[in-house]
Design a protein around this ligand. Structure first.
Ligand SMILES: NC(=O)c1ccc[n+]([C@@H]2O[C@H](COP(=O)([O-])OP(=O)(O)OC[C@H]3O[C@@H](n4cnc5c(N)ncnc54)[C@H](O)[C@@H]3O)[C@@H](O)[C@H]2O)c1
Length: 442
């Protein structure tokens, strides 16, 4: 047997080594035992679910756990006692960059970019929770950096890889309802806060490193049950309201199916800005340039909190049809497609589509897809090349809630709102990072 043949046979029988051969040039090879050594930043809440899902892949070895809350960190450590623990991800990378292969970022929205960019700066593939970032500029920079370094990336919109959502994409792209002129989407969740500044300042609990939790955001006193855990999503400095939280899942399918790009403009109808919380009722409208799946222009309208779901009559659906609490509706030239979040799409008028057979489509595990791609097998479906522009579009709508009823005209190429100078003056597209928390590339 010649050397080439021997090598071919060997590669066939050694998945781990095959993975090493196909790794992007900038990534470190998997460890000698063929495992991908992962570092997890934020291991409470969704981070706990992310840790379970990533580590359920048979080729993953959890190498490091990082959380600013030591109570949470200790719980995760019980499940992965071999992992090293850290409170500050910067120290984790400084100490372990040579022995970590990939990173998972599951912190609150305002620290996604800092943690993910630190990982990319160390040439690590990243799985980052949604929305990709808190600011538009950060989403652009993460995308550009991941692309430049050819690093595997995935945003945490796990339903994107489900058979249900893939089937909905295939249905739209098959032309079953014709070209789409409008999309309505909604969530009856309410991640808004309409009150004023918080007063009940307290010393943070011993278990929480409040300074690290704030990260790049401006310093302020700790207030219980307002920020950590989970409540931060209502507040403009930390979260992205219901649109950023649920819109990124629900808007994902129309964005993918219609191959949308950057919007021409966005406008939000909501209460005036308080400078503290996101509004608890929003109607957000966007205009997108046409694509091969849409009419010349495509209008997308989002309803959340008290405005959701809209009435079926508003949407030209059968009178009295009860809409799901969360979902979307595609309005095409030849019919409507209702896509509840998350279940199978329904076509209207029902009589017209009664014999319609939806395409057979397979889904797969979004997390394992990322692990496999990190090891050189296949590609991710929601890489930063896809997630960056999707997040930029959504975040423009979040910025628009600061200027109710004003169309923000968008120049995506130059990352600028062209008609409202206050957007730049208030640093709403690119915030100033707190001293000591600046990250190269952001
Ligand atoms: N994909 C989904 O279906 C889904 C569902 C829920 C939440 N999420 C996303 O997951 C992220 C976390 O949301 P959550 O509800 O779990 O929030 P949470 O506040 O409950 O949990 C955040 C965790 O990160 C830790 N943390 C905070 N700052 C940190 C830092 N700088 N370094 C390390 N650890 C830090 C916290 O201590 C906590 O354990 C958000 O981006 C959210 O949008 C996604």
């Amino acid at each position: 047997m010649n050397n080439n043949l021997k090598r071919r046979d060997f590669l066939k029988t050694s998945a781990a080594l095959a993975a090493v051969q196909m790794l992007p040039s900038s990534a470190r090879a998997v460890s000698a035992n063929g495992k991908l050594r992962t570092a997890h930043i934020g291991v409470g809440g969704m981070g706990g679910a992310d840790l379970r899902s990533v580590s359920s892949h048979s080729h993953v070895e959890v190498a490091a756990l990082c959380d600013v809350d030591s109570g949470t960190l200790n719980k995760a450590l019980k499940l992965h006692p071999q992992a090293k623990v850290f409170r500050d991800y910067r120290e984790m990378f400084a100490e372990m960059a040579d022995t970590i292969d990939a990173a998972v970022v599951s912190t609150p929205d305002h620290t996604h970019a800092s943690a993910a960019m630190t990982a990319l700066n160390h040439n690590k593939p990243v799985y980052c929770q949604k929305p990709l970032t808190h600011e538009v500029f950060e989403a652009r920079q993460l995308r550009l950096t991941a692309e430049k370094k050819k690093l595997t990336s995935q945003m945490g919109i796990q339903v994107h890889s489900s058979a249900t959502y893939r089937r909905a994409v295939a249905m739209i792209q098959s032309g079953v309802i014709g070209k789409v002129s409008r999309v309505y989407a909604w969530s009856n969740k309410n991640w808004g806060y309409d009150g004023g500044p918080f007063k009940n300042e307290q010393t943070p609990p011993d278990t929480l490193d409040w300074n690290l939790w704030l990260g790049s955001a401006a310093n302020r006193p700790f207030v219980p049950r307002v920020y950590h855990p989970g409540q931060w999503r209502k507040l403009i400095d930390f979260g992205t309201g219901t649109l950023g939280d649920m819109g990124v899942h629900i808007f994902d399918t129309p964005y993918a199916a219609l191959e949308l790009t950057a919007p021409n403009w966005a406008k939000t109808t909501c209460r005036p800005s308080t400078g503290v919380g996101h509004p608890s009722k929003n109607i957000v409208q966007y205009e997108f340039p046409g694509t091969k799946y849409t009419t010349d222009k495509m209008i997308w309208t989002w309803y959340d909190g008290g405005f959701a779901p809209p009435m079926s009559e508003e949407l030209d659906l059968p009178k009295g049809l009860k809409l799901p609490g969360q979902g979307s509706l595609f309005v095409g030239e030849g019919g409507h497609m209702l896509l509840p979040h998350v279940s199978e799409a329904k076509l209207f008028p029902q009589e017209k589509f009664k014999d319609y057979e939806p395409p057979a489509v397979q889904g797969n595990n979004h997390y394992h897809q990322w692990v496999d791609a990190c090891m050189g097998k296949g590609e991710t479906s929601a890489s930063f090349s896809y997630a960056g522009p999707l997040t930029e579009a959504l975040l423009l709508g979040v910025v628009a809630n600061r200027f109710p009823d004003t169309k923000l005209m968008w120049d995506a190429k130059n990352l600028q709102v062209t008609n409202v100078p206050e957007v730049n003056k208030l640093n709403l597209l690119r915030r100033t990072y707190r001293e000591g928390f600046e990250i190269e590339g952001l």
